[in-house]
Design a protein around this ligand. Structure first.
Ligand code: SF4
Ligand code: SF4
Length: 443
């Protein structure tokens, strides 16, 4: 396990030059610093989901209070109790779940119940605008303003990376010019944005400084911002629409389809059938394989693992690493899709609802279910999801492609001991271990 051995804290005036790197004058040591950082990173993830809920007018006083309380505990000389911080981290997981639930409610009530949807990955003839990031509010406002200007037959809107599930929400899909998905995860944006002829809108995190080849076509909105791109204020997309009309049209090109938009409300009605298939041994195991993509060669683990998953098992996925393996034809087990994409990382909420339902119906603890969870993490929303799963009492989660560097060795050991947290290793041997868990489901 490669983890951070030292700390770097420079948050108060007692800091040594360049920061305290072993033990601060205040008494903070590297393990306490590690736990405080771990808590703060989870809070950042919750803030991201909560921000998108707030954008749609959805608030929650429990989330507000926890964010304030948890941040306060990390101030200098407030709390030196490591056990308190482990409990705060689990509480952060509970609050993160609440934020995911609130965001799901905000999206469903604003944009309708998502439905599994085939999304074309080719292009349509006409001008195009590409939207990346996570903000459905931004893509909704853009589509609405194009329509209000009577340009829906002139300008098509394309989704990139985590915007893909926008196609599955009826209100967004209702705009006939929400056309296709372009490219893969955020990791490849420099190349993919260079190749897109029209303007590009960055709506949230996972947007990078543009290359000179497309900087004049790059815009940001809301919390997103770049040094070399124009920022859109108050969701007024007039400059983006104007730019679209000035840029080269795309030609029609066929290029296959990918499916997104599974939501717990679509899958819950299939639960009786799934349980029958589990009892009959026709569904042997359920793999939750999802999370962030990142430019790390170890991410090939996830591609290999999904290709090794046996034919009598199903894969539930969410977030952007799926672009590494979502275009394959996984087929069906007696009508149940073997691969289901639930959407953005916050849609892990749907997977949690389904796991809880399966646990209830089978009368088994979550850890006894024939389910394995394999996360890839890059940023802090995924950290929050990990804490949610730990809060729910789930043990034996696989995480990768690397362990968080904000864990010291001692804290990493503590998480392994308490939660049986596992770092992904070799897909074949990990798979063997996963399949050995919870295969026998009693009647
Ligand atoms: S809070 Fe403690 S460890 Fe951090 S800078 Fe101040 S004295 Fe150093
Ligand atoms: S899943 Fe994570 S890495 Fe991927 S676009 Fe969303 S926030 Fe970024």
């Amino acid at each position: 396990m490669t983890v951070s051995l030292a700390m770097r804290c420079d948050q108060c005036a007692m800091s040594l030059p360049g920061g305290c790197t072993s033990r601060g004058v205040c008494g903070k040591d590297p393990d306490l610093n590690s736990l405080q950082e771990a808590l703060i990173y989870g809070l950042k993830g919750t803030a991201a989901y909560y921000y998108h809920a707030l954008e749609h007018g959805y608030k929650d006083s429990e989330i507000d209070e926890f964010l304030a309380k948890a941040l306060y505990t990390t101030l200098t000389n407030v709390n030196f109790n490591k056990e308190h911080f482990i409990q705060f981290i689990l509480e952060a997981g509970k609050i993160h779940l609440k934020a995911m639930e609130l965001l799901d409610k905000a999206y469903v009530e604003t944009y309708g119940q998502p439905k599994p949807t085939e999304v074309p990955t080719g292009t349509e003839e006409g001008h195009g605008i590409l939207v990346t990031g996570h903000s459905y509010k931004a893509i909704y406002e853009l589509l609405k303003q194009i329509k209000e200007k009577g340009l829906e037959n002139e300008i098509n809107v394309y989704t990139h990376s985590e915007m893909l599930p926008a196609h599955s929400y009826p209100v967004l899909k209702g705009f006939g010019n929400l056309c296709c998905n372009w490219g893969g995860s955020w990791v490849y944006q420099l190349k993919e944005f260079s190749q897109f002829p029209g303007p590009i809108v960055g709506t949230s995190n996972c947007v990078q400084e543009p290359l000179p080849t497309y900087a004049d076509r790059m815009f940001t909105v809301s919390v997103a911002g770049l040094e070399n791109a124009k920022h859109i204020n108050d969701f007024d997309f007039s400059p983006v629409i104007k730019k679209a009309l000035e840029t080269k049209k795309l030609e029609k090109r066929e290029n296959g389809k990918i499916v997104t938009g599974f939501h717990h409300t679509n899958v819950l009605p299939l639960m009786d059938k799934v349980i029958d298939l589990i009892h009959e041994g026709k569904i042997r195991h359920v793999f939750v394989i999802g999370g962030c993509d990142l430019p790390n060669s170890k991410m090939s683990y996830y591609e290999e693992l999904t290709s090794l998953v046996p034919k009598d098992s199903i894969i539930l996925s969410a977030a952007c690493a799926k672009f590494r393996y979502n275009a394959k034809d996984y087929g069906y087990i007696e009508g149940i899709p073997r691969f289901m994409d639930f959407g953005q990382c916050n849609n892990v909420y749907s997977i949690i609802v389904l796991a809880a339902e399966l646990s209830k119906r089978l009368g088994k603890d979550l850890n006894q279910l024939p389910v394995s969870i394999v996360l890839s993490w890059m940023e802090q929303k995924a950290v929050g999801i990990l804490y949610t799963l730990l809060y729910l009492g789930i043990r034996g989660i696989y995480i990768g492609p690397v362990l968080p560097q904000f864990f010291t060795s001692n804290i990493a050991e503590e998480f392994v001991k308490r939660f049986d947290l596992r770092l992904v290793s070799d897909p074949k041997s990990d798979l063997k271990q996963m399949l050995s868990k919870g295969i026998t489901v009693g009647n």
